[in-house]
Design a protein around this ligand. Structure first.
Ligand SMILES: Cc1cc2nc3c(=O)[nH]c(=O)nc-3n(C[C@H](O)[C@H](O)[C@H](O)COP(=O)(O)OP(=O)(O)OC[C@H]3O[C@@H](n4cnc5c(N)ncnc54)[C@H](O)[C@@H]3O)c2cc1C
Length: 483
């Protein structure tokens, strides 16, 4: 019996080693121009495993940085034949650091940066390792663009798969609504294309739940639009005393404003400041050279009963808008939020109270912030089941963000973010933008996908029946029991 057990063990090792792709073999292949391998012993490993949120200290088994789709397939073969799971990274900006998980083969796509604009069919095809600043830098030379992200270092991969909104979206829609085709490496290591003709279910799912565990998306084709050479925007700062009057005016204005305006309202308390600050960004799609664009934002400079604000108007290319956007580095953070059902007098008072109760600290970089992103116009102009991105009913997306530099302040900033979320719950729709994942959500399936979730499970079952792509918030195949 002992002999038999021993024999079976040796036999199974032999079978595994015959079929397993070794790290040595993979490294040799990547060394021929197909990618980079970063092992735990390498000096680069420590910085390479961190993304935007340094609160998570995740340690993958190895980091693989493929240069092409075949190298992604090989990375998957290495992981699967060595009984390992993968985590997938494009730009590394996940609020819950879901793009680098413990004990996984981390597939980091940051070197896959091909981009092609096709003027004949007005499309941009880009590999998912591009960042939005690189996309807009490339497309500006053709006078075109597509709605994406507003911060330079956010990856096109993660943002595009979960929704995607920036100043261009009130006119052109969400990023997911402008995706025409995706190239995907599936769990069975085949490469497929998903579009309106092929793998249509997968195409539906990837546009909104694309980071939910359907595969590794290596390339995306977007609809391109002609862009203006420059756009007008105005950053307007008000006195804190005027907070209630300003937000009331902003909300009333938003109810009837044309799609050509986008608004971003923010309140924050940084470092040891005694009171929070409040500002509005007003962006216009109209012509900035004849006064039309400035006129759209002018009402925010003379709000009745509000002290004259300090305004910072800018006219620049959309590439410059993104290039000079906020790019917070190496912070620890908590992100919470939801789409608000409405902004009433009570909502405004509650937000003010939460902001005034936010922590103070000796470090200027430490910040407690509320962002109200306008997600109206063309973004709401689709049915909730148009694709897997469901949030089409309420235009204000409220995001509470606490970011800080030292772990000693973690509890204080965490408590504040949790309290903010709880205090706002009477005004919350319960729907949460999946691109700001919150690992403390009780039922992320409902919050991110609502009534679209059952269909997502069916599609997951077709494309990844064994549930190979698994993470803390990935969609479960129907073959897996959940309760
Ligand atoms: C500073 C900052 C600014 C932001 N600005 C905006 C904004 O203007 N508009 C907006 O809509 N959102 C914005 N976001 C949210 C942003 O959309 C998400 O953080 C998004 O997930 C980032 O994409 P990424 O590729 O950088 O992230 P990653 O951390 O690399 O990936 C995010 C998730 O997607 C998965 N994933 C990544 N690439 C792939 C792939 N190729 N195939 C399959 N799964 C993949 C990862 O595993 C992870 O679960 C911002 C976030 C930050 C931190």
């Amino acid at each position: 019996m002992k002999f038999l057990t021993c024999f079976l063990l040796i036999a199974s090792i032999l079978v595994a080693s015959t079929h397993a792709l070794t790290l040595v073999q993979l490294t040799a292949n990547y060394a021929t121009g197909n990618g980079r391998v970063i092992q735990q012993k390498d000096s680069e490993f420590n910085s390479a495993r961190f993304g935007y949120n340094h609160r998570y200290n995740r340690i993958p088994t190895v980091i693989l940085q493929p240069y092409n789709t075949a190298a992604v397939q090989l990375a998957l073969e290495y992981a699967q034949t060595n009984n390992l799971r993968v985590s997938i990274r494009s730009g590394g900006h996940s609020a819950s650091a879901l793009s680098a998980l413990d004990d996984t083969v981390n597939i980091d796509l940051q070197y896959m940066k091909n981009k092609v604009f096709n003027a004949a069919d007005m499309t941009i095809t880009a590999q998912t390792g591009n960042k939005w600043v690189e996309m807009y830098e490339y497309t500006k030379d053709f006078g075109v663009g597509t709605p994406g992200g507003s911060c330079p270092s956010v990856g096109i991969g993660g943002l595009s798969l979960g929704g995607g909104a920036n100043d261009l979206s009130t006119v052109f829609g969400h990023t997911v609504d402008n995706i025409l085709e995706l190239e995907v490496v599936l769990a069975n290591r085949t490469v497929v294309v998903a579009n309106a003709q092929e793998n249509t279910d997968l195409y539906w799912a990837l546009r909104g739940a694309g980071h939910g565990g359907f595969g590794i998306v290596t390339q995306i084709k977007y609809k391109a639009y002609n862009m203006r050479p420059t756009y007008y925007s105005n950053w307007i700062q008000y006195n804190w005393n005027d907070f209630e009057a300003v937000l009331k005016f902003v909300n009333e204005f938003s109810q009837t404003m044309p799609n050509t305006v986008n608004l971003y309202f923010t309140a924050w308390k940084s470092g040891a400041a005694a009171t929070p600050s409040v500002a509005l960004s007003c962006f216009s799609h109209l012509d900035p050279t004849n006064g039309a664009a400035a006129a759209q934002c002018a009402p925010f400079l003379t709000i009745p009963g509000v002290a004259t604000p300090t305004a910072f108007p800018t006219t620049q290319s959309y590439y410059d808008t993104v290039r000079t956007g906020t790019d917070p580095k190496a912070r620890r953070s908590f992100t919470k939020g939801s789409f608000l059902t409405e902004i009433t007098k009570q909502t405004i008072r509650r937000i003010k109270m939460v902001m005034e109760d936010s922590p103070s600290s000796p470090y200027t970089y430490n910040t407690a912030r509320l962002n109200l992103y306008w997600q109206g116009g063309e973004m709401l102009n689709r049915p909730r089941n148009y694709n897997a991105y469901v949030h089409r009913s309420h235009p204000w997306n409220a995001v509470w963000l606490s970011s800080y530099v030292t772990s000693t302040l973690e509890e204080e900033y965490h408590d504040w973010a949790k309290k903010a979320d709880k205090k706002m719950s009477p005004y919350s729709s319960g729907e949460v933008y999946q691109n700001y994942p919150d690992d403390e959500l009780d039922c992320w399936e409902d919050s991110y996908y609502a009534e679209n979730y059952p269909r997502l499970r069916q599609i997951k079952t077709s494309y990844d029946p064994q549930n190979y792509f698994t993470g803390p918030q990935t969609i479960k195949s129907l073959n897996v029991y959940t309760y």
